[in-house]
Design a protein around this ligand. Structure first.
Ligand code: AHR
Length: 507
């Protein structure tokens, strides 16, 4: 297939938001326990953090981590996770049918975040708790001292405030599955009042209102409009969540699923801005895509199906939704990152869900190794190399048809320009299953000289599009050198193998 892309140094979307490279740690399955935290593991440090997982998190370039849920947060009381560990209550977590020991809580997460070099994004419970708990946690986390809650934090070992800037006002409260599910009116008023009270404690915080759990919710659109009609003045972002998977061997629809992400983002921008116009305000509300990923929610094996979870006995940190990702999944994750970057003027926070074990780029075994899934690589490279300004990309060329998401360009792209380093980074996905893609890219206004890095993730020799990294074959799929990418007369030329994700850096 053939694709031509044009970028122009002057035609930019906006600066690359660092918070676009976020992740998510939920008290779910083995994300916390035996994921980031396993005191008995040979690689654990003195605080019980797994250093192998910490190393991979840092290497991946994660910038911000949402915590502690997810559906979990709607039944969670944050005070259960502070104070002497042996006095913390064991609780039932209804969302995931799990026993929560509370051995890990806010202090443990804050100390881990420091080591991982990530910002904290803290979600509060607006399912079963309310304004009182919301104010208290902001005072506990951010007030320097001299008040009951801030002195409690100091007594619990953290003299310095945690300084948490970004807060989620609850989780997926539009979803009937959520503990404390609400109508848009009920939620909009609560978000407004909780947000107001939190900002009275610390005016410097940024608040994320709950948006739709996916673009197919029957309340999508109306939910955002109603919620923001109440809470527009108090909030700074509205959230979006989306998970995709391949259904019944329909690879083309799966490969085109970033079309839905584009549609979802653009629809939410329109709705947010409609509220802005109605209120005749100059204040803008941005988008926080704080859960996104591939998630095989529908698949054959019973144990992993969430409806089976409820029938299982009550357990601590059971194995939940530990999807193993293959080559195709990695290419698709690359297209989601492209979609987020292309909308980086309005989507200024995004969190891949989740960080380790639970639909995650990193896997770890109890008392065993930690390794990178295929989907780790596009995330790590984009987080490393997308710097400076996002460039507008204009694509012409071959398209393919998909049953679920309509037509899509065979080659999906995003690009950034780091003026300080004098570098352009291009992220390309060839969604052609069988054919390689010949790509040319005109770099207008650049004195583009040479390709300094060209890497590709594709089907490995002897493998197929379902090849994955497993405990026994941890490096089956990874990035390899992409040959023959070259710049001539201001034009990049490259040939991408079938079903591949590539990064090219030009100086
Ligand atoms: O990430 C897994 C779950 O997906 C989260 O707990 C919830 O918010 C979403 O439905």
């Amino acid at each position: 297939t053939k694709t031509h892309i044009t970028v122009d140094r002057e035609f930019t979307v906006g600066p690359v938001p660092r918070r676009l490279f976020g992740s998510f740690v939920e008290h779910m399955g083995r994300c916390v326990y035996t994921g980031i935290y396993e005191p008995a593991h040979p690689n654990a440090d003195e605080n019980g953090y797994r250093t192998d997982v910490l190393d991979l998190t840092r290497e991946m370039g994660v910038s911000i981590v949402r915590y502690p849920g997810g559906n979990f947060v709607s039944g969670y009381h944050w005070e259960d996770g502070i104070g002497p560990v042996d006095q913390r209550p064991r609780r039932i977590d209804g969302a995931w049918h799990t026993i929560e020991t509370n051995a890990f809580g806010l202090h443990e997460f804050a100390a881990w975040a420091k080591l991982a070099n990530v910002e904290i994004m803290e979600a509060i419970n607006l399912g079963t708790a309310g304004i009182k708990e919301a104010r208290a946690i902001v005072e506990y986390a951010n007030h320097p001292g001299g008040t009951a809650w801030s002195d409690k934090r100091r007594a619990n070992g953290s003299k310095d405030p945690f300084g948490i800037k970004v807060w989620n006002l609850g989780n997926e409260l539009d979803g009937p599955w959520q503990i404390g599910h609400k109508t848009a009116d009920e939620y909009g008023r609560l978000a407004q009042e909780a947000g107001k009270a939190m900002k009275l404690v610390d005016p410097s915080i940024e608040l994320v209102a709950v948006g739709s759990s996916n673009s197919h919710m029957s309340t999508f659109g109306e939910w955002e409009y109603q919620v923001l009609s109440h809470a527009y003045d108090e909030v700074d972002y509205i959230s979006l969540h989306a998970y995709y998977q391949e259904h019944d061997g329909d690879a083309l629809s799966f490969l085109a699923s970033a079309n839905d992400m584009d549609y979802f983002i653009e629809s939410v921008i329109s709705t947010v801005d409609a509220v802005k116009a109605k209120r005749q305000t100059s204040k803008s509300v941005n988008l926080s895509f704080d859960e996104w990923n591939v998630w095989y929610q529908q698949k054959g094996d019973a144990e992993d199906q969430l409806h089976m979870v409820e029938k299982a006995p009550w357990r601590e940190h059971p194995r939940l939704i530990e999807d193993t990702y293959n080559v195709t999944d990695a290419i698709v994750v690359g297209t989601y990152l492209n979609s987020l970057l292309r909308h980086g003027d309005r989507v200024t926070i995004a969190n891949q869900a989740q960080l380790v074990n639970v639909i995650a780029p990193i896997r770890s075994e109890e008392n065993g190794p930690a390794w990178r899934q295929t989907t780790y690589w596009p995330f790590a490279r984009v987080a490393e190399l997308a710097k400076g300004q996002i460039l507008r990309t204009v694509t012409s060329g071959d398209k393919f048809e998909s049953k679920q998401y309509g037509d899509a360009d065979v080659v999906d792209v995003s690009a950034t320009h780091d003026a300080d380093a004098g570098r352009v980074a291009v992220f390309l996905a060839n969604r052609g299953l069988e054919e390689s893609a010949d790509v040319t890219m005109t770099l207008r206004g650049f004195q583009a000289g040479r390709v300094t890095r060209a890497e590709v993730l594709t089907v490995p020799e002897g493998g197929n599009r379902f090849t994955a990294n497993t405990e026994d074959a941890q490096d089956a799929v990874g990035l390899v050198k992409l040959e023959d990418a070259a710049v001539e007369d201001g034009q990049l030329r490259v040939s991408l193998p079938p079903l591949s994700w590539a990064v090219i850096e030009i100086d």
